[in-house]
Design a protein around this ligand. Structure first.
Ligand code: CAA
Length: 240
């Protein structure tokens, strides 16, 4: 029987590429989105992938949404915690609201997404937890104290989940994309973006599909011994 995968923020950007790649690999895929009904409807129309709307920053909302996905599609075998936002500002201008919004979505959102799915994975003796972190959680970034804190925190989550899930057939791994050609990166002022591209030895932005293929590998049976790891996919911009 086809395995079921849930991709948060799965109808746009890197998430859309992940949803499509997992579908092409034979998974039954559910993609969540936060607000843009039109974009989600167009995505479903184009791909046949079901979309579900909830706020990953809200635990009860996430729990109810996941229960609906599992009622529709069966127990979730693969969860890709991808939903993320930026609220960039230099620290001296960053507001408590900008801090909190990013923490709620990018860090607490991972807890809210994985926690309701985890008991079912333990019961079934199989699970793949894949968290989309960031190069900026590894190295820090001017203007991203909030975002970098969440993405570094995400690495702590997967390392700890790996230890807890290993005996139950569950792996937890992170991918740290570098700068990928998505709306999020295109929103960076052009001058700053050009400067950043100049720091990528590969000489270009990454493509969303290059991250999606890493996810497909981590979701597969072939990756069973990879647990608690971080895969960097950044064109050698930051080498750890
Ligand atoms: N390094 C060093 N100095 C920088 C800098 C940088 N990366 N960016 C800006 N500065 C400097 C400016 O040159 C400026 O210097 P002066 O005061 O001497 O002129 C100073 O910092 C302040 O600049 P601004 O007044 O223009 O600051 P601002 O309030 O407009 O905000 C910013 C600037 C929002 C941080 C803007 O620089 C920015 O958006 N930077 C990009 C941050 C970034 O990389 N975000 C990644 C988004 S994509 C993503 O997050 C996905 C992922 O995982 C990779």
């Amino acid at each position: 029987m086809a395995r079921t995968a849930l991709v948060t923020g799965g109808s746009r950007g890197i998430g859309a590429a992940i949803s499509k790649t997992l579908k092409a690999e034979g998974y039954t895929v559910a993609a969540t989105y936060a607000g843009n009904d039109e974009a989600a409807a167009a995505f479903t129309e184009e791909t046949g992938i079901k979309t579900y709307k909830w706020n990953v920053g809200d635990y009860e909302d996430s729990k109810a949404g996941i229960a609906k996905v599992e009622a529709d599609l069966g127990g979730i075998d693969v969860v890709v915690a991808n939903a993320g936002i930026t609220r960039d500002a230099p620290f001296h201008k960053m507001t408590p609201e900008q801090w909190q919004q990013v923490i709620d979505t990018n860090l607490t959102g991972v807890f809210n997404t994985v926690h309701p799915i985890w008991p079912g994975m333990r019961e079934r003796g199989f699970g793949r937890v894949i968290v989309i972190s960031s190069i900026n959680g590894q190295k820090g970034q001017f203007g991203q104290v909030n975002y970098a804190a969440t993405k570094a925190g995400d690495l702590g989550i997967v390392k700890s989940l790996a230890l807890e899930g290993a005996a139950k057939g569950i792996t937890a791994n992170a991918i740290c994309p570098g700068y990928i050609a998505t709306e999020m990166v295109m929103a960076v002022p052009e001058k700053v973006r050009d400067m950043i591209i100049g720091q990528i030895p590969t000489g270009r932005l990454g493509e969303p599909e290059e991250i999606a293929r890493c996810v497909a590998f981590l979701a597969s049976d072939d990756s069973a011994f990879i647990n608690g790891s971080t895969i960097s996919a950044n064109g050698a911009q930051f080498v750890v």
